[in-house]
Design a protein around this ligand. Sequence first.
Ligand code: C2E
Ligand code: CA
Ligand code: CA
Length: 747
Amino acid sequence: MVSRIKTSTFELISLSPRMASAVELEGPLHSDMLLLIALSLIAMFLPYLLFVIYKLRRSRKQLRLSEKRLKSTVEGSGDTLWDWDITTGEVIRINDKYTSDSKTLTGFPPNKRLIHPHDLAKVEHLLKKHFAEQSAFFEASYRIKDTLGNWHWVLDRGKIIEKDNNLNPTRMAGTVRDISLLKSTEARLNLFAKCVESLTDAIAIYDKNFVLVDVNPSFLTLFGGSREQYLNKPFSLAGYEERFVDKVKLAASKNQHFQQEVKLRNTERVLLPIELTIDEIKNEQQHVTNYVVVYSNLSERKKAQAQLHNLSNRDRTTSLPNRNLFFTDLQKLVKEKEHHALLVFDLDNFKKINDSLGHQLGDSLLAKLAMRLNKLTRDNDTFYRLGGDEFALVMSDTNDIHVITRMAKQFLAAIATPFKMAGHELVITSSVGIVLYPEDGHTPESLLKNADTAMYHAKKKGNSYLFFNDTMNRQAVKRLQIENLMRFGLKENHFEVYYQPKMNIRTGKLTGMEALVRFITPKKGIISPGVFIPIAEETGQIIEIGEVVLNKACKDVKQWIDDGLFSGRVAVNLSAKQFSLPDLTSRIDVILQKNALPSYFLELEITEGTVMDDPQDAISIMRSLSARGIHLAMDDFGTGYSSLAYLKQFPLNTLKVDKAFIDDMTTERGRNMVDSIVTIAHNLDLHVVAEGVEQGEQVNILKQLKCETVQGYYYSKPLSKDEFTEFLVQQQNKSAPSLISASKIVV
Ligand code: C2E
Ligand code: CA
Ligand code: CA
């Protein structure tokens, strides 16, 4: 650049009109005296003169040609050439498009009046610097006004080319180039750079090999860390496998574009929802040079969406899911054909409360009630406010009448518990309508309608629940009746204990017996344990019933021991509820002491389900029982899901093979099964009792399989206390197994 400027400056100077005129010949000499000499000299030098003239003319012609050529070159380049005589202020310009008359060219710099006021100071400063020999060249970019008054960005470059004896600059020359186009490109680039810098979206620029070139400040704000730690690193997605990253890169290069929602971790390990967009950048030759990756943080958008979702799906007063969500959820359950129960209720006297105490208090009552009831729900339940004082509970994954009715009762009890608010004690009641899917309807609308109908009927009874389906209602009623009967029966001593003998298979002699509860009601007769025990388990009444059985069994056994009729163990069934009582052992101790029965005479039967609920806890409870000398039997073995690993750890004495296996023993497979169970038990040093043995053939097989003890109708049905006393007496008299006539037995 510098050398080009030098050359053009030089040529400009040597070719300027002033310079050109300086080389023209002066006029002839006018002295007579000299004329002769001259003529003779001319004659003498004429050939030489003619040669000089010829040379000069040729040189002028060449100069003009050069000048013309240069002019056209200058014109072609679009640059303006200038030559400034600093002492006179005269400026010669070639190809000038900014100056219309020479008067405008005055001042320092000479084109001062054309320079944009904002740029003038800068130009003056740079020019002064050059004059003070602080810069080798004068170079300034500024805006200049053209003859039409339009502003142009120019790059003005020049150099002092002559100085006087005092070394003051006398001449300077240079070029002016229009850089408007360049300037706007640069401005655009600056603008783009600024945009990228200030964009809230995080941006990273990668090279064509997906190696990071640069990131914008938002990138660092979003992901944390410093720019340096990312630079020159290959493209990655924090938390994603290499395989996924490769897939993304491939997709971006194949389709020139890629967009997907991803979850990326920042340096603080916070997971951010990000919309990832990748675009490729190509050069003029259509070769990919870079990839621009934009990471749009969706956190706020997601939050807003969630808020919007909440706004349209949650009730503001109670924070419960609303009617909208109720139908959405129910629709989903129906579509997936998932069994569920829907309980609907409203509050009987809520309007009165609202009217007398005001809506605000009414609202806070609803909120308190919602909180109270929501606490009662299971993991699979969702509690909704349908509107006003109307609520719904969806119990998914169940159609168990016990579970459902228990929940309805708990709800009714919780609603009826008085609320203390603003100095008032508010008592509200309600009635619950219940439907089951798919039995009572196939659409959310029909289910809700039928639940409302059931609720309407329940209201007539007041503070109660009702199923839409009558069979259910009958069952629920029956359940309620049994519950009431049990309550009454416990008070009135309607629970009796029957005993079923356990016989030694080899000797046919009695080794022990199982105590089995019998519920004998004066009006309804005998209620089977299969019917009332599950309800008693649900209501918790089994604890009291269990104690009655244990107490009676201890008392009876003590009597038989004292009478010299019996010296074995009585097995008493222990329910899961009893087993999990924190004071179980002390309760048992109390009963044993009360009846003066040593623990040696007691065995407890526990089912697999009971111990496998929390095996570790079960082990410690069983240990404390076993430490007292109480024997432990695993009841209904094979019907649950005992793990052999645990079986080894349980301090058991006996394993009871369930009746289902004994029934199946006539088949080869069934026989093998019992064989395996007996082998396992023996390997674990356990005594084996076969339950529900009804036929002699079963006894024979069990004998072969080395089962020691048998219990079942083959020997005896469960017997009342008196019958069992008789059985014991018979046992003492006979050595052979005795069969008790079924007609005498109440079961
Ligand atoms: P379980 O503990 O398996 O009791 C054995 C059941 O099988 C008894 O039914 C008994 O009468 C019956 N059984 C015995 N031998 C035969 C037979 O050869 N053929 C047939 N078909 N059945 C036979 P039960 O007395 O109706 O009792 C049913 C269940 O109720 C018991 O099963 C037990 O789980 C529970 N249970 C009975 N009494 C009590 C009790 O006092 N407390 C607790 N928690 N549960 C009890
Ligand atoms: Ca049992
Ligand atoms: Ca059993």
